[in-house]
Design a binder for this molecule. Structure first.
Ligand code: SF4
Ligand code: SF4
Length: 373
């Protein structure tokens, strides 16, 4: 199914307007993190290690509306933490729908059955359900048995009630392409619009050589998966050129300002993945005061293995705008799964460690399981 045509046209008109006004940096998706508290404690989570007084903070309805008015993005991804824990989430969603913003409400789905009555189906609202693979893989990923089944039940319930639904999946090296293919087959039978997929982001810095190997490993994994997927009719919630990028066929630089993050600390520099780079008080200050040239693959050791959509989907969309025939070709044929890969962005720093920045955000050594809401 993929992204509905009306939404694609709306996004296209927005980009065209920005290009005609010659705006250099503009957002496509606001990443709203309205709280960091969660009801799971996944091993790979980079969001729940804050002390309780920070986990108890919430972005208010007014702050959520101000964030979208400030940046003007046509799409909002509401993440966290677990957004369904936020007591004012229905009002935030309602406010964004009134503003005709396309909302992806990202959830681990544990609370969806209980809270779904607080929401009304709308072309502007999509539940994006976190599922990292088949039962064993997902339950291991979220460190709790039974979560996969509850998430699948939530997908079915949301579809029965007429909501738009996508599945949000993160893959890591060492995955079995065959198992991922079976997982994509399964979720595509559930009436979802598509799968949002990305290679997992490692928060550890790596030496240059290892970075290349990690990136190559991710691209080979996606080539293997897409090769298996030919003719199986999978729908993805991405532009065709982003899929081509993660399969190693595009040499893209990061467009981090395309997916700005507003959370309980302010506007996070430069993206939701990097901690310790500081916060801006307003969207305008984020755009003006962030040293964007200091970020991206080859420019900053922390970015070395990043191929995540928050940095590269906006690059791919801009490329599709500039080269529509290329985008159409990839869309019809699918990403290329053999032959040479596109070269990497050049590394322009000498010593990866020289870029290291100490964490400035408070964390806490409390056991993760004790944080669960
Ligand atoms: S579901 Fe897991 S990854 Fe997502 S916020 Fe909660 S603990 Fe983190
Ligand atoms: S490359 Fe990734 S981690 Fe680095 S700024 Fe871009 S989106 Fe953020």
């Amino acid at each position: 199914m993929g992204v509905p045509l009306k939404q694609q046209i709306g996004l296209g008109m927005y980009i065209l307007g920005k290009k005609l006004r010659r705006e250099k940096r503009y957002p496509l998706v606001l990443m709203l993190e309205p709280l960091f508290r969660c009801n799971l404690a996944c091993s790979g989570c980079g969001k729940i290690d804050y002390p309780d007084h920070i986990l108890d903070k919430r972005i208010s309805v007014q702050e959520a509306m101000d964030a979208i008015d400030e940046c003007g993005a046509p799409v909002v991804s509401i993440a966290g933490g677990e957004p369904l824990i936020h007591k004012e989430m229905p009002q935030i969603v309602e406010g964004y729908i009134r503003k005709k913003k396309y909302i992806y409400l990202c959830t681990n789905a544990l609370l969806l059955k209980k809270r779904i009555k607080d929401y009304t189906p709308s072309p502007y609202l999509t539940f994006s359900i976190h599922l990292d693979g088949n039962r064993d893989r997902h339950d291991a990923s979220v460190c709790q048995d039974g979560v996969f089944e509850r998430a699948i039940d939530a997908v079915r319930l949301a579809r029965e009630k007429g909501f738009r639904v996508t599945v949000n999946c993160t893959l890591f090296q060492g995955e079995s392409p065959q198992e991922v293919a079976e997982f994509f087959d399964h979720v595509n039978t559930l009436g979802i619009e598509g799968v949002t997929v990305a290679p997992g982001f490692s928060y550890e810095r790596a030496p240059q050589q290892q970075v290349f190997l990690q990136r190559k490993g991710s691209k080979e994994l996606f080539r293997d998966i897409f090769r298996l997927g030919k003719g199986r009719g999978w729908a993805f919630n991405h532009s065709s050129l982003y899929l081509d990028f993660i399969a190693g066929n595009q040499n893209y630089a990061c467009t981090a300002w395309g997916n700005p993050t507003r959370n309980v600390f302010g506007w996070q520099k430069p993206c939701y993945l990097l901690v310790g780079e500081g916060y801006a008080p307003t969207f305008e200050a984020l755009i003006e005061d962030t040293d964007w040239d200091n970020y991206g693959v080859g420019r900053n050791a922390k970015c070395g293995n990043c191929m995540v959509h928050c940095g590269f989907e906006a690059t791919a969309v801009n490329d599709a705008f500039a080269n529509p025939l290329k985008a159409l070709r990839v869309s019809i044929r699918g990403p290329r799964t053999s032959g040479p890969m596109a070269p990497e962005q050049p590394f322009i720093y000498d010593n990866p460690d020289s870029q290291s920045v100490e964490l400035t955000v408070e964390t806490d050594s409390q056991d993760r399981s004790e944080r669960v809401a």
